[in-house]
Design a protein around this ligand. Structure first.
Ligand SMILES: Cc1ncc(COP(=O)(O)OP(=O)(O)O)c(N)n1
Ligand code: 3NM
Ligand code: MG
Length: 218
């Protein structure tokens, strides 16, 4: 069942113009145990986005990890990615389902609003995301979502619930405790470096630390 794949550490890529760097970072996270990867690059041209998404898809296939495309149903269709993530201004959920078919994963941003999640669930999404849980360096103006929302959502929704926004190794336990099935992370995963060993090793170590919070083996 495809929605069962949405759990644990859900890595979301940072805006990265250097494809080699993007791929080596992604490989580090994949090799250390992320469960889902979302390609999100708000600064790429259409051509760069297509190239980067295609290269990430090949890498994800090696690790049997689904690749979700942010915002762009057409790109997901073009490269046969595993799904899309859509926010309030990214198009209609039913239209996306019609285009992508039943086998693809569709996720919806629900911000801090349970009723958006209920609407998304009625419109056939495979997971819902709430945020921002904490102040996010990536998206400083994102509206805040109270962690109580996860507990409430869990009681009324029968879908995986993803938490996003400012999640770090320190605050992730409170989000998981509140009921999130997955945590979506950008800054605290990719903006790490241990100085000597390089980015890839630091990303691997951070991935393992996040994954252990869910009680999964490393
Ligand atoms: C897992 C996940 N949750 C939320 C978002 C945010 O989507 P959106 O509100 O459309 O904002 P942008 O990411 O497009 O800036 C997400 N991408 N992934
Ligand atoms: C893309 C995104 N969406 C958010 C929301 O609240 O919907 S917060 C966010 C940024 C997440 O990045 P970081 O882990 O660096 O805070
Ligand atoms: Mg969006």
């Amino acid at each position: 069942m495809k929605s069962k794949k949405i759990k644990g550490l859900y890595a979301v890529t940072a805006d990265e113009a250097n494809t080699e760097h993007l791929l080596s970072n992604a490989k580090a996270a994949l090799s250390a145990g992320i469960n889902v990867l979302q390609y999100r690059n708000k600064t790429a041209s259409k051509q760069l986005a297509a190239e980067q998404a295609e290269a990430l898809l090949l890498l994800c296939r090696e690790y049997n990890v689904p690749l979700i495309i942010n915002d762009d149903v057409e790109l997901a269709l073009k490269i046969d990615a595993d799904g899309v993530h859509l926010g309030a201004s990214d198009g209609n959920l039913r239209d996306a389902r019609k285009k992508l078919g039943e086998d693809k994963i569709i996720g919806a941003s629900c911000y801090n609003r349970l009723e958006i999640a209920q609407f998304a669930a009625q419109n056939g999404v495979d997971y819902v995301a709430f945020g921002a849980c904490f102040v996010s360096g990536t998206k400083p103006n994102a509206p805040k979502a109270d962690l109580k929302l996860f507990t409430q959502a869990k009681q009324v929704l029968d879908l995986p619930i993803v938490a996003i926004g400012g999640i770090t190794l320190e605050n992730a336990p409170s989000v998981i405790q509140a009921g999130a099935d997955a945590i979506a992370v950008i800054g605290a995963l990719w903006n790490v470096s241990d100085g000597s060993a390089g980015d890839a090793q630091a990303i691997q170590k951070t991935t393992q630390q996040f994954t252990q919070l869910f009680g999964q083996p490393i």
